[in-house]
Design a protein around this ligand. Structure first.
Ligand code: SF4
Length: 317
């Protein structure tokens, strides 16, 4: 089987470097995708946050929840005293405090506003998102009309658009193509990091019919591509798929969509207790996928819960 290595009992996980694992419990096989859990960018931001909390005397805040994972947010708060603020004018961001910018990035003026208030800013924007921001800035400078394929409400897209001085068009899907102003002959395209390539191709094709020149930077993150490929493999090889991740996490939701598009029944859960065992009654092979903002200990707990359940079922039958 492509990309799958059998390794019972292996549970020493190291983020992106973790191996694919397969477990057997009773008559049920449990297969954990190769790329699951924190991606490099999230891991980096988490480590930066913990290191900052451990070294600063004053309060440390993240601007918005650091990642789309409530359990991690609770842990950051209870163990390291890191809270989050949602507005630039939150009065807690002041002299002596530190504000951490999360992986999605922010418009440049937001960082300036925090600094003007006296707060220290630590920029944990993922370097891959930073590259996309730079492309947007470059395209804008070179007089392209900037097109961002992505969700206009997503913080990453908001930050990218700001680097094009807000003068661009965000296209979420084919229904938005007409939003591109008719008089724009040169389009410069960048893409939200978590998008599915197939969808982007469709939109880029439609853009070709609307302009004389279309310059495209494929800024889909390799992490997204790897995980979506894993989702396809896992969906094809298992009858049920459990996707673990925050319900607000864009990349987690997309994993569930990809898995279902390849015919697997998918459950999207935020914590192991949400596993619907009734739905898994007939399951013989269960795949586990996890978003880039899902901590490894959550994946391990879900795995343990499945193993315990199906071992008990086997003993009882
Ligand atoms: S998914 Fe990619 S772009 Fe997003 S934080 Fe992870 S490494 Fe960075």
């Amino acid at each position: 089987m492509t990309g799958i290595r059998t390794e019972m009992g292996h549970n020493k996980y190291t983020g992106d470097l973790r191996d694919v694992t397969r477990y057997t419990a009773g008559n049920v096989q449990i297969n954990i995708a190769k790329h699951s859990g924190y991606c490099w960018g999230v891991d980096r931001a988490y480590e930066q946050t913990v290191a900052t909390a451990n070294t600063k005397d004053g309060p440390v805040y993240t601007f918005g929840p650091l990642i789309h994972n409530p359990q991690t947010i609770d842990l950051l708060n209870s163990k390291y005293g890191v809270d989050y603020i949602e507005e630039v004018d939150d009065e807690r961001a002041q002299e002596g405090s530190t504000v951490i910018i999360r992986t999605h990035g922010v418009p440049p003026e937001v960082q300036d506003q925090f600094r003007d208030k006296g707060a220290e800013v630590i920029d944990a924007t993922c370097p891959y998102v930073r590259v996309t921001q730079n492309y947007a800035q470059l395209l804008h400078k070179q007089k392209y009309h900037v097109v961002i394929i992505g969700d206009p409400k997503h913080p990453e897209v908001i930050s990218i658009l700001a680097y094009a001085k807000g003068e661009g068009t965000v296209i979420k899907g084919m229904q938005d193509i007409d939003k591109i102003p008719k008089n724009k002959r040169r389009l410069g395209v960048v893409v939200q990091s978590t998008l599915i390539l197939k969808k982007v191709n469709e939109i880029v094709n439609a853009l070709l019919a609307r302009a004389q020149e279309v310059r495209v930077f494929n800024t889909i993150c390799y992490v997204t591509t790897e995980r979506q490929e894993d989702a396809e493999t896992i969906a094809k090889q298992n009858d049920h798929v459990i996707v673990i991740g925050g319900k607000a996490s864009s990349n987690t939701k997309k994993l569930a969509i990809v898995a279902e598009s390849f015919g697997a029944k998918a459950q999207l859960i935020e914590k192991p207790q949400e596993i619907d065992f009734a739905e898994l009654k007939e399951a013989k092979r269960i795949g586990i996928l996890a978003g880039a903002s899902t901590p490894n200990w959550l994946i391990d707990r879900a795995r343990d819960m499945l193993i315990e359940h199906f071992t008990k079922v086997a003993v009882a039958s």
